[in-house]
Write a protein that binds this ligand. Structure first.
Ligand SMILES: [Zn+2]
Length: 261
């Protein structure tokens, strides 16, 4: 039942894009639209999708792949078991050599098993016709409609630093570090010292880093850019070398990263 629900959500998402990428849009994509520009000159303008910024759960829906499946990446077919090679030269090579390409016939075959033969959405026959690659039996509208016109729906899913690092990994790591600081002897003093240091950081650039008015450790009213500020200050110059708090934070960071990584 849960898998049917997931399937319906994927179908709904792609159905919305089917409506958005209607005949008018596809025609404009192919032939362009004639617009009178601000300088008074009439030009033929071609709408193009260069990037689609989203967090992982949405990327999975756009790429029509399984959420954290055996091949969880929306851009390439690197299996999860090789993720520990991240950062190695061979990993970069294998990722570039195994980019995702869409095979519509496989998806249509899998859908026939569901809609014509009454197979379950995650049944053996459906899985078998999809093959490896953690694909799902939902038609990818980007590939279907704009693929023939040159759009690569997987390339447009760029790495989103804000969602994937600052709001994701960094936020939970920072939270974890604060908890560990509290757990140490005289923990609340260490946290207070961390907060006072953040408060001493002056603004930098034209709104690049704003003042830390609240206690940073409390993480109150923080949007993505707040976490971005903390990360930049944290890594740049807040903790000078050979200072006791730095040693504590650094060793805790390394240990926490080793555990999560
Ligand atoms: Zn990848």
């Amino acid at each position: 039942m849960a898998s049917l629900h997931t399937f319906c959500r994927r179908e709904l998402f792609q159905a919305c894009w089917e409506i958005l990428l209607d005949e008018d849009f596809v025609s404009a994509y192919r032939h362009g639209i004639i617009l009178k520009c601000a300088d008074g000159i009439t030009r033929r303008v071609f709408p193009r999708i260069f990037t689609y910024s989203a967090d992982y759960p949405e990327k999975v829906l756009i790429a029509t792949i399984k959420d954290m499946g055996l091949c969880p990446c929306p851009r390439c077919l690197t299996p999860k078991k090789l993720f520990s090679d991240l950062g190695l030269l061979q990993d970069m090579k294998s990722r570039l050599n195994n980019l995702r390409t869409y095979t519509m016939t496989k998806v249509i075959e899998a859908r026939d098993f569901i809609y014509r033969c009454g197979n379950t959405v995650d049944g053996v026959k459906v899985d078998h016709s999809l093959g490896g690659g953690s694909w799902v039996p939902t038609l990818n509208q980007f590939a279907t409609k704009l693929g023939p016109l040159g759009l690569n729906p997987f390339r447009m899913l760029v790495i989103d630093f804000m969602h994937e690092c600052e709001l994701g990994t960094w936020k939970s790591l920072f939270m974890h570090l604060i908890r560990l600081l509290y757990a140490l002897p005289r923990g609340s003093k260490l946290v207070a010292s961390l907060d006072s240091r953040f408060r001493q950081v002056p603004t930098f650039g034209n709104g690049v880093i704003r003042t830390f008015a609240n206690n940073t450790s409390e993480m109150k009213r923080l949007a993505a850019r707040g976490f971005e500020d903390i990360l930049q200050v944290f890594s740049a110059y807040l903790f000078s070398a050979f200072d006791p708090l730095t040693v504590v934070i650094t060793s805790l960071s390394i240990r926490a990263m080793a555990r999560t990584g």
